[in-house]
Write a protein that binds this ligand. Sequence first.
Ligand code: MRU
Length: 350
Amino acid sequence: MRTVFWDNERQTMKMIDQRVLPWTFELLEYATHEAVAEAITDMVVRGAPAIGAAAAFGMVLAAQQSQATDAATLRNDLHTAGERLNLARPTAVNLAWAVKRLLRVADNPDLTDPTAIHAALLAEAQKLADEDVALNRRMAYHGAELISDGDTILHHCNTGALATVDWGTALGVIFAAHEQGKKIHVLVDETRPRLQGARLTAWELQQRGIPFDLIADNAAGHFMRTGQVNIVLVGSDRTAANGDVANKIGTYKLAVVAKENGVPFYPVVPTSTIDLDLAHGDLIPIEERSPDEVTAVFGTPIAPAGISARNPAFDVTPHRYVTGIVTEAGIVYPPFVKNLRQAVLKASNQ
Ligand code: MRU
């Protein structure tokens, strides 16, 4: 089942509620773009490509909600809805990328009435979702070339089917290597504070029968220094033109320790996540979430009441720590400024 999908009969969007996994498997239904924006902020849906697909279907819902009887008024409503959706989470560029893609369709002057715009938006959102699944597969097989029989892979956060429409990015590479019959082992960072590794990645690996050990985030350095890790694979929420990579908080620390210990570090990144408009990673907006996520674990306090805490949700890994970037157009190596641009171009012609 896809993480995010359109229900044709009910003309609504459905999503797996990732807040309650692995304890409960629940589908939630969405009929308004405002509710979709809230779901993205609350992390019902999370992971850059999944957020992008949710925003795309959110734009279809906005078209359905609009009372407009002419194309110009509908376009206005859609631009307002796009602004609302863009505010939901700032770091993952796939959100703004998807909204922009849907608005480009809506603004096509050949579409002269609201019914035609709505139909075109639904077709585009569906196409975006289908493309996500197909390109994840392609990307996974490129990435699997990096994995040898017997390898132990260190993985951070959740980058699997749940973080995308289906299949996954970094975890998708791991699934592909397993499918190819390679004997692999995964060290799964628990990923404080939201525990996407412990809850979601462990769940996905268990379902596929791939051997793994869950580790506390703080254990990663130990495993790398003692030669127990062959490669680090992570995802990305936004990769700048120079190859600086924003990803789940803790990624930077992993990359530095990986380099120190000669362990290759590869982000697995669909080209929709590459932001060529940003020259370097310091320009990437970093979301800061509620301190409650740090002072409590799923509602259970772990610190004295009334203290303050900081909770940046992402960090930036400078490109000098990045061995290569796996994309659907192949594996990109330095110099990233030139080669990432080429990969984006190649992917757009695929
Ligand atoms: O806060 P999250 O769970 O949305 O963060 C997700 C990540 O950091 C992933 O690594 C990233 O979105 C890429 S995975 C497809």
